[in-house]
Write a protein that binds this ligand. Structure first.
Ligand SMILES: [Zn+2]
Length: 140
C-alpha cells in the first residue's frame, strides 16, 4: 500500500462504511478481483475511469482515459498509461515470494488499484493492470 499523506484521508472504519465490501477489499486491503469478473473489461465507450475510492468519498479523481485502454486478455481492465503523471503512485510490492511487483495506488486517496507490468503495447510498453472494483467509469 502506498504510504504518505493523501488529500482524501479516512480511517479504515470510515472507508468500510462508504465502500462496498468487495471494493473495500481491493482498495484498502490490496485484494485482487477474480479475472473476467469486472464489467469494465468490456467497457469500450469513450470516457474516463475514475478512482472508486475517491468517488465514494465524493471526489472526482480521473485515473485513465478510455483512449489508453486495451484488451490485455488477462481478465482485468488494462491501460498503457495513466491520464496524467500525478494520477497514480507506484510502490514496491513484495507479497509474492518469486516476483517483485510494482503496485499502483491512487495518488489522491492512497487506495490500491492494481499493478503495472512491462509487457504492455506501444507507445509506453506498460500494462497498468487494474481491478475494476477500484474504478468508476464516467462516459464522455
Ligand atoms: Zn482515490
Amino acid at each position: 500500500m502506498a504510504q504518505g499523506k493523501f488529500r482524501v484521508q479516512k480511517t479504515e472504519a470510515e472507508w468500510k462504511r462508504i465502500l462496498a465490501p468487495a471494493s473495500f477489499a481491493v482498495l484498502r486491503q490490496e485484494a485482487t478481483e477474480k479475472p473476467y469478473s469486472s464489467p469494465l473489461n468490456d467497457e469500450h465507450r469513450k470516457g474516463v475511469f475514475m478512482c472508486g475510492g475517491c468517488a465514494a468519498a465524493g471526489v472526482r479523481w480521473p485515473l485513465y482515459s478510455s483512449a489508453t485502454k486495451f484488451d490485455s486478455h488477462t481478465g482485468w481492465p488494462s491501460f498503457y498509461q495513466p491520464i496524467n503523471a500525478k494520477a497514480v503512485v507506484a510502490s514496491v510490492d513484495n507479497k509474492l515470494v518469486l516476483q517483485v511487483r510494482t503496485a499502483i495506488s491512487c495518488a489522491n486517496c492512497g487506495g490500491h488499484l492494481g499493478h503495472v507490468f512491462n509487457d504492455g503495447p506501444p507507445p509506453t510498453g506498460l500494462r497498468y493492470c487494474m481491478n475494476g472494483l477500484a474504478l468508476t467509469f464516467q462516459p464522455a
